[in-house]
Design a protein around this ligand. Structure first.
Ligand SMILES: [Zn+2]
Length: 116
Protein backbone atom coordinates (compact mmCIF):
# COMPACT_ATOMS: atom_id res chain seq x y z
CA UNK A 1 0.00 0.00 0.00
CA UNK A 2 1.94 3.01 -1.21
CA UNK A 3 -0.58 5.36 0.44
CA UNK A 4 1.15 4.46 3.70
CA UNK A 5 4.45 5.99 2.57
CA UNK A 6 2.64 8.92 0.89
CA UNK A 7 0.84 9.65 4.15
CA UNK A 8 4.08 9.24 6.11
CA UNK A 9 5.80 11.81 3.87
CA UNK A 10 2.92 14.26 4.23
CA UNK A 11 2.82 13.97 7.99
CA UNK A 12 6.55 14.48 8.18
CA UNK A 13 6.29 17.66 6.11
CA UNK A 14 3.39 18.93 8.21
CA UNK A 15 5.22 18.04 11.41
CA UNK A 16 8.33 20.00 10.38
CA UNK A 17 6.26 23.01 9.44
CA UNK A 18 4.21 22.76 12.64
CA UNK A 19 7.33 22.55 14.80
CA UNK A 20 8.72 25.67 13.17
CA UNK A 21 5.48 27.44 14.13
CA UNK A 22 5.46 26.10 17.69
CA UNK A 23 2.52 23.76 17.10
CA UNK A 24 2.90 20.57 19.12
CA UNK A 25 -0.26 18.61 18.46
CA UNK A 26 -2.09 18.21 15.21
CA UNK A 27 -5.87 18.38 15.14
CA UNK A 28 -6.62 18.19 11.47
CA UNK A 29 -4.96 17.80 8.11
CA UNK A 30 -6.77 18.69 4.89
CA UNK A 31 -5.66 17.23 1.60
CA UNK A 32 -6.61 17.89 -1.98
CA UNK A 33 -6.47 14.63 -3.91
CA UNK A 34 -7.12 14.31 -7.61
CA UNK A 35 -9.36 11.49 -8.86
CA UNK A 36 -6.50 10.10 -10.91
CA UNK A 37 -3.68 11.05 -8.54
CA UNK A 38 -2.97 7.38 -7.92
CA UNK A 39 -3.86 7.61 -4.23
CA UNK A 40 -7.04 6.01 -2.89
CA UNK A 41 -8.85 8.16 -0.29
CA UNK A 42 -9.88 5.11 1.77
CA UNK A 43 -6.30 3.84 1.87
CA UNK A 44 -5.09 7.33 2.84
CA UNK A 45 -7.61 7.44 5.70
CA UNK A 46 -6.50 4.02 6.87
CA UNK A 47 -2.83 5.03 6.70
CA UNK A 48 -3.62 8.20 8.65
CA UNK A 49 -5.39 6.19 11.37
CA UNK A 50 -2.40 3.84 11.71
CA UNK A 51 0.14 6.67 11.87
CA UNK A 52 -2.02 8.52 14.40
CA UNK A 53 -2.11 5.41 16.61
CA UNK A 54 1.65 5.07 16.39
CA UNK A 55 2.33 8.74 17.20
CA UNK A 56 0.03 9.71 20.08
CA UNK A 57 2.41 12.52 21.05
CA UNK A 58 1.93 14.18 17.69
CA UNK A 59 -1.84 14.00 17.31
CA UNK A 60 -4.77 14.94 19.49
CA UNK A 61 -7.16 12.05 20.17
CA UNK A 62 -9.73 13.48 17.82
CA UNK A 63 -7.29 14.37 15.04
CA UNK A 64 -8.88 13.93 11.64
CA UNK A 65 -7.95 13.73 8.02
CA UNK A 66 -10.18 15.61 5.61
CA UNK A 67 -9.88 14.73 1.95
CA UNK A 68 -11.20 17.02 -0.77
CA UNK A 69 -11.49 15.28 -4.10
CA UNK A 70 -10.48 17.10 -7.24
CA UNK A 71 -12.46 16.06 -10.29
CA UNK A 72 -10.43 14.87 -13.25
CA UNK A 73 -10.74 16.91 -16.43
CA UNK A 74 -9.01 16.61 -19.74
CA UNK A 75 -9.16 18.63 -22.93
CA UNK A 76 -8.73 17.05 -26.32
CA UNK A 77 -5.88 18.75 -28.19
CA UNK A 78 -7.54 17.94 -31.51
CA UNK A 79 -11.20 18.84 -31.12
CA UNK A 80 -11.14 20.88 -27.90
CA UNK A 81 -13.71 18.68 -26.18
CA UNK A 82 -13.46 18.86 -22.36
CA UNK A 83 -14.37 15.65 -20.59
CA UNK A 84 -13.84 13.57 -17.50
CA UNK A 85 -11.18 10.93 -18.12
CA UNK A 86 -11.30 7.57 -16.39
CA UNK A 87 -7.56 7.27 -16.13
CA UNK A 88 -4.30 9.01 -16.92
CA UNK A 89 -4.37 8.09 -20.59
CA UNK A 90 -7.30 10.23 -21.61
CA UNK A 91 -9.24 8.84 -24.51
CA UNK A 92 -11.27 11.58 -26.16
CA UNK A 93 -14.86 10.29 -26.45
CA UNK A 94 -15.32 12.17 -29.73
CA UNK A 95 -12.05 11.36 -31.50
CA UNK A 96 -11.58 7.98 -29.84
CA UNK A 97 -7.84 8.42 -29.54
CA UNK A 98 -5.77 9.27 -26.45
CA UNK A 99 -5.48 12.94 -27.38
CA UNK A 100 -6.40 14.37 -24.00
CA UNK A 101 -4.33 16.91 -22.13
CA UNK A 102 -4.91 16.76 -18.36
CA UNK A 103 -6.40 19.94 -16.91
CA UNK A 104 -6.96 18.65 -13.38
CA UNK A 105 -7.25 15.50 -11.33
CA UNK A 106 -3.58 14.72 -10.70
CA UNK A 107 -3.16 17.02 -7.71
CA UNK A 108 -1.87 15.69 -4.45
CA UNK A 109 -1.25 18.40 -1.89
CA UNK A 110 -1.75 19.55 1.67
CA UNK A 111 -4.38 22.32 1.70
CA UNK A 112 -4.05 23.18 5.36
CA UNK A 113 -3.61 21.79 8.84
CA UNK A 114 -4.60 22.79 12.33
CA UNK A 115 -3.07 22.21 15.69
CA UNK A 116 -2.06 23.86 18.93
ZN1 LIG B 1 -11.23 14.94 -29.47
Amino acid sequence: MHEMSLMGDIIQLVQEDAEAKGIKRLEKIELLVGEIANAMPDALRMAFAIIREQNPQLFSETAELVIHLEEAKAECVLCGHVYRPEQKIALCPQCNIPSGRMLSGETFQVLSYEGE
